[in-house]
Design a protein around this ligand. Sequence first.
Ligand SMILES: Nc1ncnc2c1ncn2[C@@H]1O[C@H](COP(=O)(O)OP(=O)(O)O)[C@@H](O)[C@H]1O
Ligand SMILES: [Mg+2]
Length: 265
Amino acid sequence: MKILVAGKGGTGKTTIASTLAILLSKSGYKVLVLDTDSVPNTAVSLGIDVEEASKIVPLTMNDKLIQERTGAKPGEGWGVFFTLNPKVDDLIDKYGIRISEKLGLVVVGSIDASKQGCLCPAIALARHFLRHVLTSRDEIIIVDSEAGAEVFGRGLAEKFDMMLCITEPTVKSIGIALKLVKMAEELLVKQNVIVVNKVKDMKRAIKLCKEIIGDRVSYHLIRYDENIEELDYRGRGLNELPPNTPMLLDVKKLVEEFIPWIEVK
Ligand SMILES: Nc1ncnc2c1ncn2[C@@H]1O[C@H](COP(=O)(O)OP(=O)(O)O)[C@@H](O)[C@H]1O
Ligand SMILES: [Mg+2]
């Protein structure tokens, strides 16, 4: 199962990707999370100490690695010639962070060319690594991304079994989610679910979803959860969420409804 967690910034991608990863790994599944945000913060949400997390260098920022694998030289404007199919099959072992027995994380860094400037070799390496992970690993893969499937483009987007497009319960935010889903469908992402997060008024949010999503796209609602705010405030991971907190229950329901062959405990 390869899951892309996408959507506009601040909607809750990292929160939901991390909660899902913790839940599935605690249920006995091997899970690998890839953080492809240009401001990576999944590590903290997964429970790594803030100080420790700040020391992690994303693959796309690791100049030595990029030079070693692609042949591009950082000091020379990265040059024009670099290897398009660098060796990547050892990167999980070398740069992966073990969160728990069943849960691993690789901080990849942004693969969005518009955000990375012209560091083409870095993006080439990251994309090649993603392709490797999406096609040859047997863990559940969860990608916490900074945008929609369009950043992954053809050749990569269709490797995902599912895109969870995170949105807030507003007309504007859901409108953006619908556009992202349309792009994902064009890129052949197999299943798309709009996840309406931070819901405070369930009745009103359901009405809104019925009106603007209707039955065009599947959707799922996740309640606003004060415990998340509290953990965030203290810089703590979501592994410390109490067992029956709304977020956990609602993410569980999401799995039960849309990935029924995965058994969550
Ligand atoms: N269900 C929720 N209830 C309460 N706060 C939430 C919820 N989901 C996310 N948040 C908060 O919203 C903010 C943005 O979430 P985050 O996961 O970092 O978004 P993104 O990764 O999309 O930028 C964080 O402060 C997070 O704690
Ligand atoms: Mg994030």
